[in-house]
Design a binder for this molecule. Sequence first.
Ligand code: F6R
Length: 236
Amino acid sequence: MEIIKCLDYDDLSKKAACIFIDKIKNIEKPILGLATGSTPLGLYKNLVKAYKDKVISFKNAITCNLDEYLGLDEDDEMSYHYYMKENLIDKVDILKDNFHIPDSHLENPKIYDEILDKIGRRSIQLLGVGENGHIAFNEPNSFLSSRTSIVKLTENTIEVNSRFFENETFVPRKAITMGIKDILNADEIILLANGKKKENVIRNFIKTENIDPNFPISFLKLHDNLKILISDMDIE
Ligand code: F6R
């Protein structure tokens, strides 16, 4: 595991973009595992810029996202479909068939497992982390062999994510998420964490030697090529 301390959020976004740009340039068919949330927004801005500056092309890239709220339509501004299209997919030359994200109306989560199996191991997997240690929407009490499933969001996640919605009552209570097993199925994992609110979770992750299902980020200790980029927090 490597911890990369960045000067600020801008620096974190640029450093993360450099890692992705390197993969996209040097791998013939890069398979990119992508995340949503506020943290990767700067990274996506940098990737769109690199595409516009003709530094990279997504023509040969395949992407798959981690998660989606259950029940939101694709064109709902709060859906992760919308987020991805708005921040990356519609702004670069990726082939639409190569962009994958769990279907928010999916009744059978196994369909996403089949897609993941077909795509294969990711070249790189991007992650954020929740204040409670969730990765994707694998909330506390997750398990290592989990694959795509429909999960109940915790009160903490609902409260934290309500900042994106009109108010807390609008936050979907359930989501569909890639499981831990598939998250770990990547050659490299890059986790981004910015700001004081993530300080505790990162500190505890660095400190812990145990894999604790109640602290899902701890499953990442099992991966041998993990980089954590942090900014705006006091971690020695
Ligand atoms: C989103 C996702 C979540 C977020 C996490 C942090 O696809 O997988 O685990 O990464 O909730 O969100 P932000 O970046 O908004 O703090």
